[in-house]
Write a protein that binds this ligand. Structure first.
Ligand code: FMN
Length: 388
């Protein structure tokens, strides 16, 4: 693109050209790849935004390797996102003796009886194949402290915490020259995270993909900006183009954190079939439920949602519910029962009509945001304060 300027103070804080971050997105329940693999991180950072590795599905060692690989691919700033819910942080790291991977079929036997029996019943009724997936017991989700320490040792430019409050690690991160970002879905948590000393807060609205709260972006962003002040806020949830960016900036956000639009990019970590599903989706085709992780998360609506609702089962706490949903997802995937599968995805899916390279998506977002802010608004709105 010819030289375009779209700068806010976020660009100075992070040393980037445009105030656009690609959200850290963890792994899909089926398939190996994380939502924001290193290729997507690098593409966004190289294009002038900032890419964030979704590291919740990696072991600590794998995460370290990914960080080092990103460093070899770009000298631009990037981030790493971990899930740090308070229960797992306060429980401490679970040190695993060998083996570090166990068959999912074995692990589901540790679930409450009702959940285990339900899996077996549906397996039989739908004639689903055996569960073959393996589960990493030493992933960053089970070893939050070792994962945080590794990010600090590696001097990751931006540490992001998807769930929970990263306040406990801010001092050490700052001592290592890093910036810290926390994500929240309501004003109370935005205030709490801002007060814990982080550098940036993402306020993610109800419409967003993945874990999401109850407050819509339009209502949340201005309240979050006020509650976090003077800590800068990024808007998230429902941003798919330059119009969304201009709206977030108008409300007082210093930048944006974009998930679904970058997931459905050439480098995005969703499976091809999942990207196709997003392309076909309208704004009404997602559901928010406890089904996938035990915390409310938004995914493309599919018949697994109906089965879950009819089951009468209580959701298990995070991350135990992930064991439950992964077992079902593994069987649905193997049986190619696509009607029972749908990726994490936001309501903005209806706006996404083409899978493009991430750099192209970012370029178009920047161009459109500039166009809205400099031409479309002044052309369409008469707003003037008359001086008497
Ligand atoms: C596939 C997918 C996976 C996600 N995984 C994570 C995650 O591991 N950690 C996290 O902080 N947020 C995660 N999120 C939420 C995003 O960080 C972001 O807040 C959200 O996608 C923003 O809304 P949008 O999808 O409308 O852009 C995920 C979102 C999606 C779509």
């Amino acid at each position: 693109m010819g030289k375009k300027i779209l700068r806010t103070k976020l660009c100075d804080i992070l040393g980037i050209e445009y105030p656009i971050l690609c959200a850290g997105m963890g792994p899909s329940l089926v398939g190996e790849k994380t939502g924001t693999p290193k290729e997507l991180v690098v593409a966004v950072s190289e294009a002038g935004g900032l890419g964030v590795l979704g590291a919740s599905g990696f072991t600590v060692d794998e995460m370290r390797e990914e960080i080092r690989a990103i460093r070899k691919m770009t000298d631009k700033p990037f981030g790493v996102d971990l899930l740090l819910p308070s229960q797992t942080v306060s429980a401490g790291d679970q040190v695993q003796k060998e083996p570090r991977e166990i068959p999912l079929a074995e692990l589901i036997q540790t679930l409450p009886k009702a959940h285990f029996e339900w899996i077996m019943k549906v397996k039989e009724e739908l004639k689903l194949p055996e569960i073959e997936a393996m589960v990493k017991l030493d992933s960053t989700v089970y070893r939050p402290h070792a994962a945080v320490k590794t990010c600090i040792e590696e001097g990751v430019p931006l540490f992001c915490s998807g769930l929970g409050n990263p306040g406990f690690m801010v001092k050490d991160a700052h001592a290592a020259g890093m910036k810290v970002l926390g994500i929240a879905g309501n004003t109370k948590n935005v205030r709490r995270i801002a007060q814990s000393g982080v550098d940036l807060v993402v306020a993610q609205g109800y419409e967003g993909g993945g874990h999401t709260g109850r407050i819509g972006s339009m209502a949340l962003w201005p309240q979050a900006v006020d509650a976090a002040a003077p800590t800068p806020v990024l808007g998230a949830g429902g941003i798919g183009d330059g119009r969304g960016i201009a709206a977030a900036l108008a409300i007082g956000c210093v930048g944006v954190w974009v998930g679904t639009r970058f997931l459905a990019s050439k480098e995005g970590g969703a499976l091809d079939v999942q990207k196709e599903t997003i392309l076909k989706a309208t704004d009404e085709d997602t559901r928010r439920s406890y089904l996938y992780t035990g915390k409310t998360s938004r995914a493309i609506y599919n018949r697994f949602h109906d089965l879950w609702e009819a089951s009468g089962l209580e959701p298990l706490p995070f991350p135990t519910q992930v064991i439950f949903s992964s077992a079902m997802a593994d069987m649905f995937n193997k049986a190619q029962k696509e009607e029972f599968m749908g990726p994490f995805s936001g309501q903005v899916s209806g706006l996404i009509k083409e899978i493009k390279p991430a750099a192209k998506i970012l370029e178009e977002m920047v161009e459109e945001a500039i166009d809205v802010l400099t031409r479309r608004l002044p052309a369409n709105v008469l707003a003037r304060e008359l001086q008497f």
